[in-house]
Write a protein that binds this ligand. Structure first.
Ligand code: PGA
Length: 255
């Protein structure tokens, strides 16, 4: 099967931006631009408090709503946390797990990434699991090792039947929010490594069908080149997803 059989998924990661009022304006603007573009899946991963507003605006459209994290318990004494069933009831279909900012600033580990991934999948959410190397790791030549390890640990005890609901986002940490992008070839190579890790664990067919996104300063200018690569099936987009016009250009590049 060629990559052409895999759908592309363009996901915006709004991070900690947009109050509900601002979110309503932005999502309305994004919808007016991307409507009718059915050639890829479009997701916006928004702050929890924006979910109801955004879900209402995109209801019945091609845009799907995502969250930026999920707790692994379904309910209980976990002050400040949000469970998968809460997200589901609010209309969320996707959730980012293990973003490098969560690993760096909030103590997220490979183990908690795995727990969150399993909770999300058990609830029927699609998990966008983030992996990626630090600059020092790339410079020491251990990118493949780091990314393979993160991928394997994130997927521990995830059964093959749930892999259709897993997306892996390759996000080199040095490229996030820095304006530095991996070259098309660098990004494609690592996305290919991730695909082969999944193929080794689950078999070739699952590997071939796996959606692997690239993230890290993807923008209106570089998206087409990255998205044309064999192993890159979409993007996880931070900064450029906050500008409706730029996000729309990226969605167009994925058609
Ligand atoms: P960026 O963020 O596009 O602003 O680099 C990507 C991400 O962190 O998901």
């Amino acid at each position: 099967m060629s990559s052409r059989r895999r759908r592309k998924v363009i996901a915006g990661n709004w991070k900690m931006n947009m109050t509900p009022g601002a979110a309503k304006e932005l999502i309305t603007d994004i919808y007016s631009k991307v409507k009718g573009k059915k050639g890829c899946d479009v997701v916006v991963c928004v702050p929890y408090v924006d979910i109801p507003t955004v879900a209402q605006v995109v209801k019945g459209t091609i845009i799907k709503v995502g969250a930026q994290n999920v707790h692994f318990a379904d309910k209980g004494a976990y002050t400040g946390e949000i469970s998968a069933s809460m997200l589901k009831e609010c209309g969320v279909q996707y959730v980012i797990i293990g973003h490098s900012e969560r690993r760096q600033y909030f103590g997220e580990t490979d183990e908690t990434v795995n727990l969150r991934t399993k909770a999300a999948l058990d609830a029927g959410l699609t998990a966008i699991v983030c992996v990626g190397e630090l600059l020092s790791e790339r410079e020491s030549g251990i990118t493949a090792e780091v990314v393979s390890r993160q991928t394997k640990l994130a997927l521990q005890n995830v059964p093959a039947e749930q892999m259709a609901n897993v997306i892996i986002a390759y996000e080199p940490v040095w490229a996030i929010g820095t304006g530095k992008t991996a070259t098309n070839e660098e990004a494609d190579e690592v996305c290919g490594i991730i695909r082969s890790v999944v193929s080794q664990k689950y078999g070739k067919q699952v590997g071939k069908q796996l959606i692997v996104q690239y993230g890290g300063s993807m923008n209106a200018k570089n998206a087409a080149g990255l998205l044309a690569m064999e192993n890159i099936d979409g993007g996880l987009i931070g900064g450029a997803s906050l500008k409706a016009e730029d996000f729309n250009v990226i969605v167009e590049a994925a058609q």
